[in-house]
Design a protein around this ligand. Sequence first.
Ligand code: CO
Length: 137
Amino acid sequence: MIIRLDHVAIAVPDLEASIRRFCADLGLELSGREDVVSALTSTAFLPVPGTRVELVHPLNGQGPIQRFLEKKPQGGLHHLCFATDDIDADVVRLRALGYAFTSDAPTPGAHGSRIIFLHPRGFDGVLIELAQYPEHP
Ligand code: CO
């Protein structure tokens, strides 16, 4: 079951410049950074009440964010992530409804989460991530 909008992810070509803009200029706070090696993604988290903005940047110039930026060099909205309290049940339920995922099963994400992405063709062109965190094992 979906329990909150966990984050809105923005692909950015210059992570340091983007962090400066969101923090120094817009007024958000940086709560942490994490390189998710399995996803070839470098991330920065900027909490706002109830959710957070996640800036995503290619790790070592590779991976899905690199391919996104090759198509959209200035960056842009990359995905929405909904936290769930039972990712396996949601995958089964959504597959039964005919939705496609970009991988067969959940994989490790940031903060010890398990994540999976729904194919954007099922949701009006928007990439949707589902994440389950250790507090809902
Ligand atoms: Co995400």
